[in-house]
Design a protein around this ligand. Structure first.
Ligand code: ZN
Length: 306
């Protein structure tokens, strides 16, 4: 059966319209499905990222526990490095070979009345020594420090307070005490010391929490510290006689490659002061020259404990 031309046109239009509607519906469905799939994928990505964030946070907490509690300033430098900027050795000492057969007499914990007797004995023999000063003991003994400087000995820092617990409480506490001593010694004799000795030695029962930081900071500032290789045994509480002290020193010196001899010139060490004339006589008779420690003498360090 044949439709008239007008009727055929109407049928075509209807079909086109239906096809269009169908296409539109299909497109809507495809879009909806795509959106759902994308949403699911995003949710998965977010979930993975959340897991990674949690892992990183846990790792960060763990690392935070491992890093020691060090105060950093705005530039990231250790804050104590900026304390007392004038307390620095410039130029830094350069180590140089020293003549063989040199003994280094060192006296800790003075000045006291005993210091003068030691200075007299050294002057009479022409020998030199190093005095590691406890600066709280200076008042009344400024002239002893002046003599040390004038007579060619080394005026060095031991501490201001000699309070082990106080000075080793932190690097900052140590620097504060050291600065006090540094200033007091300069006020007394016009010398800024460049060498020092840690109270109790560089590694001791009081500073094991901070000694590595402390040593690093003091060396950074150019100060050289000296432990010892020979002990006179005058700080053992046994009250050895001057003859016994001399014997300990001579025996220790004979064995040491570089004899840095520990003695004390605090008020109660009368036997040490009394021992010095004979000790120096025996040392020189054995071929030794007693010289002061300077930054040029390679130091003796106690070993780090691991
Ligand atoms: Zn001491």
């Amino acid at each position: 059966m044949m439709y008239p031309a007008k009727r055929r046109k109407q049928i075509n239009k209807g079909m086109i319209l239906r096809i269009c509607c169908l296409a539109l519906a299909l497109l809507t469905v495809v879009l909806a499905v795509t959106q759902t799939l994308m949403a699911r994928h995003e949710a998965k990505v977010i979930q993975t990222l959340n897991i990674r964030i949690n892992e990183l946070e846990a790792e960060n907490t763990k690392l935070g526990e491992l890093v020691p509690d060090i105060t950093l300033d705005m530039d990231g430098a250790l804050a104590y490095q900026s304390l007392y900027p004038e307390m620095i050795v410039d130029p830094k000492p350069v180590f140089a070979d020293q003549p063989g057969q040199t003994a280094y007499l060192t006296f800790d914990d003075g000045p006291s009345a005993n210091t003068y007797a030691i200075l007299d004995a050294l002057k009479a023999s022409g020998q030199k020594a190093t005095f590691f000063i406890v600066a709280k003991n200076i008042p009344g003994h400024e002239d002893a420090l002046k003599r040390m400087a004038e007579e060619g000995h080394t005026v060095a820092i031991h501490t201001y307070s000699h309070d082990y617990r106080g000075i080793y409480a932190s690097v900052e506490a140590y620097l504060e005490d050291f600065h006090q001593a540094y200033t007091a010694i300069h006020d007394a004799c016009g010398v800024y010391p460049t060498i020092f000795r840690f109270p109790g030695g560089s590694v001791n029962a009081y500073n094991h929490q901070i000694y590595q930081q402390l040593i690093a900071e003091m060396l950074r500032r150019g100060f050289i510290y000296y432990d010892w290789s020979v002990s006179s045994e005058d700080a053992t509480g046994k009250n050895y006689s001057p003859e016994q002290l001399t014997q300990f020193v001579m025996e220790g010196t004979a064995k040491a490659a570089k004899p840095i001899i520990l003695m004390h010139d605090s008020g109660e060490k009368k036997n040490t002061a009394a021992a010095v004339p004979e000790m120096v006589r025996q040392l020189t008779a054995a071929g030794y020259t007693c010289a002061p420690l300077t930054g040029e003498v390679r130091p003796i360090f106690f070993g780090y404990q691991s």
